[in-house]
Design a protein around this ligand. Structure first.
Ligand SMILES: *[C@@H]1O[C@H](CO)[C@@H](O)[C@H](O)[C@H]1NC(C)=O
Ligand SMILES: *[C@@H]1O[C@H](CO)[C@@H](O)[C@H](O)[C@H]1NC(C)=O
Ligand SMILES: *[C@@H]1O[C@H](CO)[C@@H](O)[C@H](O)[C@H]1NC(C)=O
Ligand SMILES: *[C@@H]1O[C@H](CO)[C@@H](O)[C@H](O)[C@H]1NC(C)=O
Ligand SMILES: *[C@@H]1O[C@H](CO)[C@@H](O)[C@H](O)[C@H]1NC(C)=O
Length: 442
């Protein structure tokens, strides 16, 4: 009798072992939930691999981890991402970008008219909602959520191609300041792309997840997101396994473009000093702009760069002929040091601290009580900005995740949690905070 029992015991043990070993050695399940970052200028898709515990940001055929948030309409079809951005010059009225700025928002008529002036495409008013007027061989209008859906469809296809399975579920991130309507229309964009949305999470929360802050003992997390055109600062509280947004502030007119613009103004002055005339040709300005953009990026790693830009200045011929202007090919060369770049932008960099101080005040927190500072957005690669923030808080910020991919990385982790591939983790549930207002400095 006891022999039988011990035999049954062994069988059960053997079954357990087989199950355990099976789990160890069978190929891990393919992720079925994707994480989406639908950004204003770029978007990305990521997945959490339960086997390795790693996040994979999906690449396109050319190995690029993000696609421009642009959609272009032609007589023969609709293009999204890089193919659309490549058409922006040739098909400007029908290439829509920045659609995220319009999604789910109700506008005053005059505001939409002003917005429309800023873009090469037509923004029209449909009972308070923005729509884009497209004119190929026929004329029609499309909604911001339709633009979003074409981008999300592209991302979904990239994930399906990489994983070799059909994808129908997703987690998506939105700015913390998005209200319920903006969140609903973002979900609608995903639905139009054939995706069921399991959860919508705030971008700063996603960034905190990317650094694993849901797994460690922290309470107050401050997220600084500085992109091409906007600064967003959020103060998060973690309570148990849940993040709560305590305060937000920002500046919607501060970002990488402004830093490049300062450098451009400087080089224009240098051209004038050296050649006696300022660059006025559109192409010259374009080439200078490209060069300063590259220089700005280089200066995050190198102490100095040399600009070399061929120009065709409109000089007045010395003989004073009535024709006057004649293009003179010259080579403009100048050394730009990181120090100079910092001097040109110091006042702008200092503006980053205003919303930081506001969220601390609104959260009734001293800067010493912030446990972790997380930096997101390409412009946080600028060494002076990192130093400014680490000096202010007296501690190093979290910067090890690529600042352009921190949000998608965090959304992919949340997708992994929702997909059940993370049984041992407390889920980082977000407590929606409907009554929060964002303070804007600009
Ligand atoms: C527009 O052009 C495309 C391709 O040339 C054609 O297939 C389509 O029928 C045209 N549509 C209209 C309304 O003319
Ligand atoms: C326009 O919007 C208002 C509320 O914003 C709504 O009551 C009305 O039905 C809408 N009209 C149309 C034609 O959609
Ligand atoms: C958002 O969607 C939910 C669920 O579909 C709905 O109950 C709610 O009224 C919507 N809110 C807004 C502001 O559109
Ligand atoms: C930027 O740096 C790389 C090397 O890191 C160099 O090859 C490139 O020419 C530099 N660009 C400029 C504009 O100086
Ligand atoms: C960044 O975050 C991790 C938590 O995952 C923490 O352990 C680390 O100390 C943080 N700070 C820095 C400067 O990396």
């Amino acid at each position: 009798m006891s022999g039988e029992i011990s035999m049954i015991g062994s069988v059960i043990l053997a079954l357990f072992l087989a199950g355990y070993l099976g789990q160890q050695y069978l190929p891990p399940p393919t992720p079925k939930v994707i994480g989406l970052d639908l950004g204003t200028t770029f978007c990305s898709v990521g997945v959490f691999h339960p086997g390795s515990g790693e996040v994979e940001v999906i690449e396109d055929e050319q190995g690029r981890k993000s696609i421009p948030s642009a959609v272009s309409f032609t007589a023969t079809g609709v293009l999204a991402g890089h193919e659309a951005a490549d058409l922006a010059d040739r098909n400007p009225q029908n290439t829509i970008y920045d659609a995220k700025r319009f999604i789910g928002k109700i506008f005053e008529l005059e505001v939409l008219e002003q917005e429309s002036i800023r873009y090469p495409f037509k923004v029209i008013n449909n009972n308070g909602s923005a729509e884009f007027l497209i004119s190929t061989n026929r004329t029609f209008s499309v909604s911001p959520e339709f633009i979003g859906s074409r981008l999300l469809l592209k991302l979904r296809k990239m994930a399906e191609r990489q994983l070799g399975v059909l994808i129908q579920k997703a987690v998506i991130s939105v700015p913390a300041e998005f209200d319920e309507r903006q969140r609903n229309y973002t979900v609608r964009a995903a639905n139009l792309a054939g995706l069921e949305v399991l959860r919508v999470i705030n971008e700063p929360t996603a960034a905190a997840l990317a650094y694993g802050l849901h797994k460690v003992d922290v309470f107050n997390v401050l997220v600084v997101d500085l992109g091409g055109g906007t600064l967003d600062v959020s103060l998060l509280n973690k309570q148990g396994g849940m993040f709560l947004t305590r305060a937000m502030a920002g500046n919607n007119k501060l970002g990488g473009q402004d830093f490049s613009q300062r450098l451009l103004q400087y080089t224009i002055k240098r051209v004038q000093q050296e050649f006696g005339v300022p660059p006025t040709l559109k192409e010259d300005i374009y080439h200078l702009r490209q060069a300063v953009e590259a220089a700005k990026i280089n200066l995050t790693l190198q102490p100095s760069v040399t600009l070399r830009v061929p120009l065709h200045l409109q000089t007045h011929s010395s003989s004073g002929t009535p024709e006057g202007a004649a293009p003179a090919p010259v080579l403009f060369q100048d050394v730009i040091t990181r120090e100079l770049f910092e001097e040109l932008n110091e006042d702008l960099f200092q503006k980053i601290l205003a919303p930081v101080k506001t969220v601390l005040a609104e959260g009734h927190l001293e800067k010493e009580n912030v446990d972790e500072v997380v930096l997101v957005g390409g412009s946080t690669r600028i060494p002076r900005i990192r130093r400014l923030i680490s000096e202010y808080f007296g501690k190093e910020p979290n910067t090890s995740v690529d600042p352009d991919l921190a949000v998608v990385t965090g959304v992919a982790i949340q997708a992994g949690i929702m997909g059940g591939s993370w049984p041992l983790q407390v889920s980082a549930i977000e407590i929606p905070n409907r009554h929060l207002r964002k303070t804007n400095f600009s």
